[in-house]
Design a protein around this ligand. Sequence first.
Ligand code: AMP
Length: 297
Amino acid sequence: MSGEMKVFRTAAELRAYSDAERFAGRRIALVPTMGALHAGHLSLVEEGRRRADSVVVTIFVNPTQFAPGEDFDAYPRGLEADLEQCRAAGVAAVFAPEPREMYPDGPEGGKTWVEVAELSAPLCGASRPHFFRGVATVVTKLLVVARAQVAIFGEKDYQQLQVIKRMARDLLLDVEIIGAPIHREADGLAMSSRNVYLDAGMRSEALVLSRALALAETSVRHGERSREALLERVVKEIESAPHAAIDYVELRDPETLELALETLTGEAVLALAVHFPHSIGSEERVRLIDNRVLTIP
Ligand code: AMP
């Protein structure tokens, strides 16, 4: 990879770039993000660089995946700092469109949606019913424009990764969807753009998520086979943090996302979503997610 990083604001510019790259026989890896980049995002860029010649990062806070009252307006944004990080990471091109470029009919979207049935329903889909429709639609648009051969998504958003894999398969999209491991702070907290909303006290309480995942892993290693007993232990651990309010704690099949059987066998994903108070102290809450695929010995 050489030359100056390109920054595109329109789909037409990105399409022209992708066509030229493909014509030159170069493989493109797409890394879709909502910006406020951190080391977790950069680990996806690294993975992209290993798998392709040119990494294209998209930075777009997608309005259609936020419900009214969610943090769309307050979502952290900082394009200049993001571009600097992309440059330093060897990104070939950044696509940072305005909402009207992606949604000419307005930020509530157009008439056409991509919906991935079943996989979108539980977990994050239960508490955020429009979320995966927004995600699947915007990722489809990005893939169609960028024509990447490979696209990288974090396992941090585990359900999202499964939804996108399924969508790419069902729509016969000519792209390989790759999951990259969860990047964590040294103390175990999964990196997230929303972590900046936590004050020092909540930041330290939030460690309960990774602790609960580790506890579950140890429990199955020591012979726990009951789904309910395991969930109970995990819930108790999370509730030991005084300000943690659980959205969900569930054990599901890692691929189909169906509920794990009461007697655990094979593999199960333990998925957590927990609210903490926002540092601005209002009624706003910060919703953190984390997960681990448990292998039952
Ligand atoms: P976001 O900007 O939060 O929408 O995330 C963009 C991409 O980065 C998604 O594929 C996320 O799963 C991924 N991602 C976010 N945080 C992490 C993390 N801590 N480790 C790995 N991937 C991450």
